[in-house]
Design a protein. Sequence first.
Length: 134
Amino acid sequence: LTVNDIPVWGTRKIPLSAFDEATDIVCERTNEPPKGPMILTLHGGAVDSIEVGGCGLKARISGWGHVKLSFYSPDLPELTLDGNPISSAYNPATGEGSALLELNAAEVSFLEILASTRKTPAESETFSAREQLA
């Protein structure tokens, strides 16, 4: 996914931070699975910003009530919402999973998805959609 020729990593959902400046959006499909976790869909919610690094992602999300998250992870992931573990369904054959999130419309929440094969921060690069599009 690229917005104004800038890659957006870790999500198929265009971050809200990209909408103000979005004039050219390109989504390319490949036969290669993502190297790390990725937000596939967030039904009833929005990705405000996202950071990707190592074997995980951190996303600032918002929504109203029950929000369904669909994600991809190359390995069994650990998911947290605002620092609290959340349960999810995960299919290791496809790498896809889902979770039901309870979000408060008046607050922003922080979602973290970490694959079980973690890298140290020194082995990873960090990308911020908000910084990329600023």
